[in-house]
Write a protein that binds this ligand. Structure first.
Ligand SMILES: *Cc1c(COP(=O)(O)O)cnc(C)c1O
Length: 368
């Protein structure tokens, strides 16, 4: 593609996941077309925020939706809205939170690299529990007059640990404290668009640029209409602390289009295609000594079938890190998930024909 090759940039084949560092999911062509159309007019961006949000809320079946510039931005803005309670003077003071409720309670097992979303707006994280467990009484004890919100990270790594989302919502609400859910990568399943909100969680944030294949810097902040109004003062086009978290009119239109398309997809058929592609990788490496392929699920979602390849370095003569580096070093560069023992080949974001290219390169490296 000329636009990249002119800059000396290689193509990346994404057999990894919705990773921002490789451009996450490819934006659907129909979404790009809608964004180009949106670029041809000026509009009042706040009016569009309200109208596009209402359209998204209707499509999804929730009361309200604010559109943020990515899930991390949505988490930051929702937290800020809960700390400031609609008080314009407090909004203007952030991230200075003296005199405000500024504590965000979270299970230690939910801590992750996106936690800056809570602290960048002046929130202070109050941890409960230890690395893999927290108890209901710990949550109840941690909530106090300074608590602005309880955060629940709904990801494959955390959703099945103790203290479920339902228990978290029940305890927080018994103390009149709202719950913010980070569900950035948990679509698919399509049902999560609506179901996570029906747990009673006050705010559910889902990335627009992961499974939905909308603009990468967009996110659904599913909430109430009142919460949408509470979020608006916190980011561009206004001039508060969140000026740097800008969502453009093109992003907003693109996200509406992406959700419209996503809801019309045949999700079972897509899952079957992923399963078949993952199985083709397992079949291709069968019989190669030192590599043990098996079907599995992506680390971030048990709704995404993948191929797990366990590497035996003493037999194969190279370890998983070596092999991943060799895949990445080629042109096109092939990116896969990798841990100490294994590689994971993920079909979710592969384009037609790309799995064949991944398999061919893998076999070339393995037989070299
Ligand atoms: C990807 C991710 C985010 C950040 O989402 P962006 O839309 O890239 O801002 C936050 N939390 C979790 C769990 C994620 O997987």
């Amino acid at each position: 593609m000329v636009i990249y090759t002119e800059l000396g940039i290689r193509q990346v084949i994404n057999a990894w996941g919705p990773m921002t560092i490789i451009g996450s999911a490819l934006v659907r062509p129909e979404v790009v077309t809608a964004m180009a159309e949106a670029a041809a007019w000026h509009v009042d961006v706040i009016e569009l925020q309200r109208a596009a949000g209402r359209r998204l809320a209707e499509l999804i079946g929730v009361e309200g939706c604010y559109i943020a510039g990515g899930c991390a931005a949505g988490l930051a803005i929702a937290t800020a809205a809960m700390m400031t309670d609609g008080d314009a003077a407090k909004v203007a003071r952030l991230p200075e939170t003296t005199g405000m409720r500024n504590e965000v309670v979270m299970q230690r097992s939910h801590r992750n690299p996106y936690d800056h979303a809570f602290t960048q707006v002046g929130g202070r994280i109050v941890e409960i529990g230890h690395a893999w467990q927290a108890f209901d009484w710990e949550l109840a004890d941690a909530i106090g007059p300074q608590t602005a919100a309880v955060v629940f990270v709904y990801s494959q790594r955390t959703m099945n640990l103790s203290l479920s989302l339902a228990e978290t919502v029940a305890i927080a609400h018994a103390h009149n404290v709202p719950v913010i859910v980070d569900a950035a990568a948990e679509v698919p399943p399509a049902g999560n668009l609506r179901d996570l909100k029906t747990t009673g969680a006050d705010v559910v944030v889902i990335s627009g640029g992961k499974g939905l294949r909308g603009p990468q810097n967009s996110a659904l902040v599913l909430c109430t209409e009142a919460m949408v109004e509470a979020c608006i003062p916190h980011a561009a086009p206004l001039h508060s602390h969140g000026r740097s978290m800008k969502t453009t009119k093109e992003d907003m239109i693109g996200l509406v289009k992406a959700v419209e398309i996503y809801q019309g997809l045949d999700h079972d058929l897509i899952t079957q295609r992923w399963q078949a592609e993952a199985a083709s990788v397992v079949a291709a490496v069968a019989g190669i000594d030192g590599i043990d392929g098996a079907p599995g699920y992506a680390g971030y979602s048990d709704k995404i079938p993948v191929a797990d390849l366990v590497i035996e370095p003493r037999v194969l003569g190279r370890d998983a890190a070596d092999l991943a580096a060799a895949l990445a070093a080629g042109d096109p560069s092939i990116r896969v998930a990798q841990d100490q023992q294994s590689l994971t080949i993920n079909p979710q974001f592969l384009q037609t024909g790309e799995m064949d290219a991944v398999i061919a390169r893998l076999l070339e490296l393995l037989t070299a």
